[in-house]
Design a protein around this ligand. Structure first.
Ligand code: AMP
Length: 613
């Protein structure tokens, strides 16, 4: 069916999972993948043909080929450090764009004639300017017109507020996802949602809980066998999967038996893991991190000048809020049950779709309006007099954190030396009194100030922060009207035309270069390490035919290489199995190929060890 309205979608680009939604028949609705998944893991894999797999298929390839797979890329957004995937270096936003492109595929069939689909993409309220811009760029690289970047808790409140235009009161949104934590206090009145305050930590989430569990398991192996499985990439990947699985099980059970039959080797002897972990032990591991979230809740309440008793509803968003201890802490603070009728995995995408619907006019009847706040203070570096001494690099705040946006504020400053003809405007974002300890947003010079005595010339500095979290700065000499301005956003736009095509080219090249083979069997030794013992059920459920074929070809190549090092009987057995896989490769079918490949991989593990003797 072809939609009559302009295509505009809402996207939750999460650390662990991502989802896409739009307005259907006046309501936000998740758009499922062709395999009917409502959310997909934010995992990217580049296979040996240079094809991109995103979601469950990528998860399935993670253990077999960890160096070709990246998860939790959101934690790197805004960094200019490229990351290695399939031996190619890509920027975090370039890798994220592959996830967004996959999501775009879910809606593309509905809008086959449209070249550009507009998108509202969510980010944690506590994302910095650079992280927001990287997200916008990821969207553009995926081929979206990024209409708006909105804060995740705002989106959650929008999803909650839809259909309740008469409700008044304060909502607290506690959003603990895979990689980030955000808390926002939102006031609702007459269909208006006003964010009063936000606080958060961009590097605190379920991933951290997984790493703590992983360390606990690894230390157990170190104590028992004197081998650290974290030093082996494949064993580490296995442990990470197991840690997350254990964490989720501990949300349902008081104790969990953790078992990995083959984790790694010590002097060619297989080492496994079999321990019990209790919920109490897990809660003790994550206690400090959960305490940090409650401290941030307290800070957001204080910034909004509210007490816990002023909060009418608490919305829990993000998969990690399923941890029973989180709910217990919330109950203790607010003395009420948090809302459980909102789906923590889907709310943010649905809220982004509400914002998209408001933009496209599909939701006018609901007359919902949302306002947001600036998550960080913004200002400039100045000379500051403290007592008799002058201090340089003082951070003079022009827009304090948690100011409602959009906002424009002007502050007046004065020249600091006789005959001064120019001032340097250095712009920062953050909360430290020392400007350089904050995040630098850019700088420019205002020249042409009339020569005068120190303090005689006034300079007006104006900051305008728009709804997308993008800042414009202007500096004006009051006496002669000479003015200079910079838009952090525009500056990026200018660079980005060139950088944009470079990025597209880099992605294209990375995919081309990452091909291990086309039609012939070619291999590289690192990828030979496909000792696919792992969690068989998990792997087999998720392997796509294409990646299965790749793995089979690699296994065949390795088998053929190994034959000459084996005794006659072993060589015969191995060759038989290789032949069987080769035959199946001629007309591949998932189940039979998978079974034959699994047998071949078992043989490779056994014979490989013998061959090395
Ligand atoms: P999100 O970023 O909102 O998709 O949240 C994903 C995070 O939630 C991941 O770290 C998951 O491991 C975690 N998660 C999902 N389900 C559960 C659960 N039942 N118990 C604990 N954590 C969970």
């Amino acid at each position: 069916m072809k939609s009559k309205t302009r295509p505009i979608v809402g996207i939750d680009l999460g650390t662990t999972n991502s989802a896409i939604a739009w307005i259907q028949e006046g309501k936000p609705a998740i758009v499922s993948s062709p395999k009917r998944e409502r959310i997909i893991p934010s995992v990217v894999h580049i296979d040996t043909r240079g094809q991109v797999l995103v979601g469950q298929d990528a998860v399935g390839s993670k253990i077999a080929m960890p160096s070709r797979t990246i998860s939790a890329i959101k934690r790197h957004m805004g960094s200019e450090e490229p990351l290695s995937i399939a031996d190619q270096m890509l920027l975090p936003e370039e890798i994220s764009s592959l996830i967004l492109k996959e999501l775009k595929g879910f809606v593309a069939t509905t809008f086959p004639d449209e070249t550009a689909i507009e998108a509202v993409i969510t980010v944690p309220a506590y994302f910095t300017d650079a992280q927001r811009r990287a997200t916008k760029r990821a969207g553009e690289l995926a081929g979206f017109v990024v209409e708006r970047i909105i804060n995740e808790p705002t989106a959650a409140a929008l999803a909650f507020g839809l259909g309740k235009p008469d409700q008044t009161g304060h909502i607290l949104v506690y959003d603990l996802g895979g990689g980030t934590f955000d808390v926002s206090v939102v006031e609702m009145y007459s269909g208006i949602l006003e964010v009063k305050a936000s606080a958060g930590n961009n590097l605190l989430g379920g991933e951290d809980f997984d790493w703590l569990l992983l360390d606990y398991m690894a230390e157990h192996v170190v104590a028992e066998y004197g081998v650290d499985p974290r030093l082996d990439l494949r064993a580490k990947t296995l442990l990470k999967e197991k840690a997350e699985e254990t964490k989720k099980l501990l949300s349902m059970s008081e104790r969990v038996d953790v078992s990995i039959p083959l984790l790694c080797f010590k002097d060619k002897d297989p080492i496994g893991l079999a321990i019990e972990i209790t919920r109490v032990q897990f809660e003790a591991m994550i206690d400090d991190l959960l305490r940090e979230t409650t401290e941030l809740v307290t800070r957001a309440l204080a910034d909004a000048h509210l007490l816990p008793t002023d909060i009418n509803e608490v919305l829990l968003v993000g998969g990690s809020t399923r941890i029973p201890k989180v709910r217990e802490l919330i109950r203790d603070i607010f003395e009420m049950e948090p809302r459980t009728d909102v789906d923590p995995d889907e709310t943010v995408a649905l809220g982004a779709a509400v914002q998209a619907g408001i933009k496209s006019g599909e939701l006018t009847a609901e007359s919902l309006i949302s306002t947001d706040v600036a998550p960080f203070s913004m200002g400039i570096s100045v000379l500051h007099q403290i007592g008799a001494s002058m201090r340089s690099d003082w951070f003079s705040v022009i827009i304090p954190r948690n100011t409602t946006i959009p906002v424009t504020r002007t502050e007046q400053y004065h020249t600091s030396s006789d005959g001064q003809r120019a001032v340097s405007i250095e712009i920062y974002q953050g909360e430290s009194e020392q400007a350089k300890e904050n995040y630098s947003l850019g700088e420019f010079m205002l020249e042409g100030i009339p020569a005068n005595l120190a303090g005689e010339e006034a300079i007006d500095v104006t900051f305008s922060y728009n709804i997308n979290g993008i800042l414009e700065v202007a500096a004006k000499c009051v006496s002669n009207g000479k003015e200079m301005h910079i838009s952090v956003h525009d500056q990026l736009q200018r660079d980005s035309e060139e950088e944009f095509s470079q990025s597209l080219e880099r992605i294209h090249q990375a995919l081309a270069n990452s091909r291990l083979f086309d039609d012939e069997f070619d291999f590289d030794d690192e990828e030979m390490d496909i000792t696919v013992e792992a969690d068989d059920e998990f792997l087999s459920a998720n392997r796509s035919l294409a990646s299965l074929i790749d793995e089979a070809k690699l296994a065949v190549a390795k088998g053929q290489r190994l034959v000459s090092a084996l005794d006659e009987l072993a060589a015969k057995n191995l060759l038989q199995q290789v032949d069987q896989v080769l035959q199946l490769l001629e007309n591949p079918e998932v189940t039979s190929l998978r079974n034959a490949l699994d047998d071949l991989v078992d043989m490779l593990i056994d014979y490989d060890m013998e061959g090395e003797d």
